[in-house]
Ligand binder design. Structure first.
Ligand code: HEC
Ligand code: HEC
Ligand code: HEC
Ligand code: HEC
Length: 399
């Protein structure tokens, strides 16, 4: 996604809207982060990309990131990167090999979350309100306390912390204990590395669905619990006024008729000075609502429906989209909906329906079980003992 930061059609669509709304004032602010090289070189001033060199068009590039030496100023965010600009490549290798391609120097900063936070915290240029706060969310959460940084999850081959990954950092270089990846897979299935993004989304949350096994009538109450099990920050994070994540819970009767359909949306809604919402980033002065799940935390909901004559199938699913279908269409891109996690359970209308006798059902309910495990164990051991005796007799006969 970093290589596409400037050519990303959803970015260009929003940038154009922002430029129009602010008479072109917004462009330099947005571009500074989406194409730092383009802006630093002075080639990129607004929507016009015709004068931008190929290096600037590459968005957040190898050259840029590997010349970052720290944070400029004391607030992390809004492209607060300090850059050397001398061509020497800074990186996490403590003993860079003298190479032919470029000089290299060790940089501890590249192993820090602050390196990412310089760009992954975005505050409104006019009123300073946080618009994206991935770094802050991480900093205040459990992963920061444990020393797990962004790089551990986003620069490794799978979801979660997959380290070390042995290999070579450059052809002809020595084999190193851990070589990070430069793919930066996140959640963007439509425009990024689809398989890796999908994998991350599907590892981000767990979903627990509780339903009664049998309901003989009346109202049935079910409970869903979503846990942010895999993301090092809020779920969702980043541009959360645009991202869509929602829980959908349905109940379907034996004839296939939907008898309940509920939805809960996760994300942020921005409001403007007059209290209108939702509004675009540039018009925002505050947050109207923020419904997201902090790292390792859970959120529960209860829903209910009236029981039918036959069994009812309950399905709960958590979905993610990079943006709405409307925005995708306007930006001219195909953005898929990803199922992050789903669970299906059945509520039976009577014990008979499960194929249990009443007695077995009652036994299973109070925990004594139909055929107790102990009895099965005794039978198995009994049979083994018999087999042993038979074998001994046979062996004696042969001898
Ligand atoms: C968004 C910033 C960013 C971009 C873009 C980026 N890198 Fe990196 N790179 C890093 C960071 C941060 C590390 C250290 C990660 C770690 O150690 O966990 C790193 C590590 C490396 C390493 C060291 C591997 C090792 O053995 O430790 C090499 C080599 C490298 N990058 C090359 C590249 C190349 C080539 C590109 C362009 C295709 C690139 N990087 C793009 C940030 C970036
Ligand atoms: C120079 C600013 C900059 C730096 C430094 C930077 N990023 Fe990014 N990053 C961006 C921008 C801009 C995008 C959005 C690109 C787009 O979609 O248009 C992005 C996108 C991403 C995405 C993809 C999000 C998605 O929806 O799939 C991930 C993951 C990511 N960055 C992780 C990191 C990590 C980890 C680091 C630190 C090692 C880092 N970034 C450093 C600017 C930066
Ligand atoms: C424990 C692993 C973990 C850590 C640590 C972590 N992330 Fe993530 N990140 C994820 C997972 C899983 C997702 C996909 C689910 C989601 O969107 O939150 C993700 C998604 C993202 C996205 C895409 C969000 C979107 O909806 O477009 C960005 C950007 C990102 N992370 C940046 C960062 C940055 C920057 C840091 C460090 C400050 C960081 N991450 C730390 C696991 C992690
Ligand atoms: C300080 C850095 C920074 C600045 C400034 C910035 N962005 Fe971003 N932008 C990011 C990061 C980081 C992401 C990725 C976050 C995520 O995946 O949710 C991103 C993602 C986006 C995306 C989503 C792209 C996609 O494919 O889903 C859009 C649209 C966007 N930015 C528009 C803008 C606009 C318009 C501005 C100016 C008002 C702007 N950005 C200013 C860092 C920045």
């Amino acid at each position: 996604m970093h290589a596409k930061a400037l050519t990303d059609p959803i970015y260009l669509y929003e940038l154009k809207l922002g430029e129009e709304a602010t008479g072109g004032a917004l462009g330099p602010f947005c571009n500074a982060c989406h194409s730092p090289i383009g802006v630093m070189s002075g080639e990129l001033t607004s929507l016009d990309q015709s004068k931008v060199s190929p290096a600037g068009m590459e968005g957040v590039t190898c050259d840029f990131c590997h010349q970052v030496s720290g944070t400029a100023g004391d607030v992390i965010g809004n492209t607060s990167t300090a850059v050397t600009g001398d061509g020497v490549k800074l990186g996490p290798i403590t003993d860079p090999q003298p190479g032919t391609a470029h000089e290299a120097m060790y940089s501890e900063f590249h192993r820090s979350a602050e390196f990412c936070g310089n760009c992954h915290n975005v505050n409104h240029p006019g009123n300073d309100m946080p618009l994206e706060a991935t770094y802050t969310e991480w900093k205040n959460g459990p992963y920061a306390a444990e020393g797990v940084v962004c790089q551990d999850c986003h620069m490794t081959p799978g979801p979660g912390v997959i380290k070390p990954r042995e290999g070579k950092a450059a052809a002809g270089g020595p084999v190193r204990e851990h070589v990070p990846m430069m793919t930066f897979a996140g959640a963007n299935v439509g425009l990024g590395d689809a398989a890796r993004a999908e994998e991350r989304l599907q590892s981000a949350a767990t979903l627990d669905l509780r339903v009664p096994e049998i309901a003989e009538g009346g109202d049935v109450t079910i409970q869903t619990t979503i846990t942010n099990a895999g993301a090092g920050h809020y779920l969702p994070t980043g541009l959360t006024d645009m991202r869509q994540m929602w829980l959908e819970v349905t109940a379907t009767d034996a004839d296939g008729t939907e008898i309940m359909k509920e939805r809960r949306d996760f994300g942020t809604v921005l409001k403007d000075a007059a209290g209108n919402y939702p509004v675009y980033l540039w018009d925002a002065v505050g947050v109207q609502s923020d419904d997201r799940i902090p790292p390792r935390e859970s959120t529960s909901n209860e829903y209910s429906f009236a029981m039918t004559e036959g069994a009812v199938t309950v399905r709960a699913a958590l979905y993610y989209r990079t943006c709405s279908e409307e925005i995708a269409e306007k930006a001219g891109v195909d953005i898929p909906t990803t199922t992050m996690v789903e669970v299906t359970k059945t509520v039976y209308s009577s014990a008979d329906e499960i194929g249990m006798t009443d007695k077995e059902f009652r036994a299973s309910q109070d925990g004594t079980g139909g055929l107790p495990g102990l009895a099965i164990t005794v039978i198995i051991f009994g049979l083994m003992a018999v087999a042993l005796v038979v074998m001994k007799i046979m062996m004696k006969k042969e001898a």
